[in-house]
Write a protein that binds this ligand. Structure first.
Ligand code: PLP
Length: 403
């Protein structure tokens, strides 16, 4: 029989990843205290997590988790439509809806699942999902699962979105974009996209996994920051695993949409509900995120400090005002060498390898960092950059930016 064997298949794939410096390794976090992570026997100051507001270890959030577990146990025992829908889930949905000033909300197991759920339950053959080229992978996977046409436009290009929608008539269309982009750190042009969606009769769906808690009035996210409401943006995604420090996600928006999702979205209907104890913890985290403006103010101060110092040190920054601060490096090997060098100096900074020649370090700031720690990071990055420049001379400047 000439069927390819699974061992050869995965070995060949591993060799390709090795040859292209694309191996991925899990680092073992032994324990942590705030942004100090104890990893593989070393203490590192973490600049790679999404705990933007520093809520993941907050004592009131952790206590709510403990209390919830003591009362309700470890799990929900069933999907929401069976017997897994608990009062804690409903209280969290109401709190998020109230915070974002939308009529309805639906709690899901994760942001990834939520994106599969939305696109699978709304779109099918003959429909189209028009997306920013730099959208999160789960939006792309959701469109694939839906079996609709997936059409992408250049990053943050509302005219490109309009062109794609115009080219697709006859079926329903969803225009989907990240609100705050998780790697670039910039905001989608939501006001323009809202006009495009309205003119084209498309549903605008904003995945604001990184924006809620961080930007906008009361931390309500990039939709509120753009001055839009649930009429312009009938559905948005809130991740509970980033600024809110927990796990899970909430879809928030129009009541009819939320009810449709609750009855028809397969990743919702056929999956065990989030543990109620986690919902208790997220409810407390949402209240903290809402009311503690000082966390966002502190974060803004750190962002300004980082950008000013990194600019002076000649690091190649992208135009981001958010806690996600990508630093362009160039060759994958140079970025990996810089990251290893930073680790030797006691800093943990993630590497993002996208198109060849455009590797970057993704610096992620948290309200738990101090200004002195940011100063130390930038100095270490400048030293690491100088060493990498000697070991790996500049990339070919003719390599175009990814579209
Ligand atoms: C923009 C965006 N959407 C969705 C997700 C997935 O969310 P979750 O981690 O809750 O599954 C992520 C995760 O990184 C993300 O960056």
């Amino acid at each position: 029989m000439s069927r390819p064997g699974w061992r050869q298949r995965i070995e060949a794939a591993r060799l390709v990843r090795e040859a292209t410096s694309r191996r991925r390794v899990r680092r073992l976090v032994e324990r942590r205290r705030g942004m100090r992570f104890f990893v593989d026997g070393r203490e590192l100051l973490n600049f790679s997590s999404n705990d933007y507001l520093g809520l993941s270890q907050h004592f009131t959030v952790a206590s709510a988790l403990q209390d919830g577990a003591a009362r309700e146990g470890a799990g929900a025992t069933a999907p929401h439509l069976e017997c897994g829908h608990h009062a804690a889930h409903q209280a969290l949905e109401r709190e998020v809806a109230d915070w974002l000033q939308v009529p309805a909300a639906l709690l899901l197991g994760s942001g990834y699942l939520a994106n599969l759920a939305v696109l699978q339950s709304l779109l099918g053959e003959g429909d189209a999902c028009v997306q920013d080229r730099l959208n999160h992978a789960s939006l792309v996977d959701g469109a694939r699962l839906a079996g609709c046409k997936l059409r992408r436009y250049p990053h943050a290009d509302a005219e490109g979105a309009l062109r794609q929608l115009r080219a697709h008539t006859g079926g329903m269309a969803v225009l989907a974009t990240d609100g705050l982009f998780g790697v670039e750190g910039d905001l989608a042009p939501l006001r323009q996209l809202a006009v495009v969606a309205r003119v084209q009769g498309a549903l605008l769906y904003v995945d604001d996994a990184h924006g809620v808690g961080v930007v906008g009035p009361e931390g309500r996210g990039s939709v509120a920051a753009a001055g839009l409401d649930h009429v312009a943006v009938p559905l948005q995604l809130v991740s509970l695993g980033k600024a809110l420090g927990g796990y899970g996600a909430v879809l928030a928006g129009d009541t009819a949409l939320v009810e449709h999702l609750a009855e028809t979205a397969r990743p919702y209907v056929h999956s065990t509900a989030l543990p109620p104890a986690l919902a208790h913890a997220s409810l407390v985290a949402v209240r903290q995120a809402r009311s503690q403006e000082w966390r966002r103010e502190r974060l803004q101060g750190l962002i300004a400090t980082f950008r000013a110092l990194a600019g002076t040190a000649g690091l190649d920054l992208l135009p981001s005002d958010s806690p996600i601060q990508p630093v362009l490096v160039g060759a994958d090997q140079a970025a990996l060498a810089m990251s290893a060098d930073l680790e030797d100096a006691g800093y943990w900074v993630g590497v993002v390898r996208s198109a060849p020649g455009h590797a970057r370090l993704r610096v992620s700031l948290s309200a738990l960092h101090t200004p002195a720690e940011v100063v130390g990071l930038v100095e270490a990055m400048a030293r690491a950059r100088d060493r990498a420049a000697i070991a790996f001379p500049s990339p070919d400047p003719t390599i175009p930016e990814p579209a």
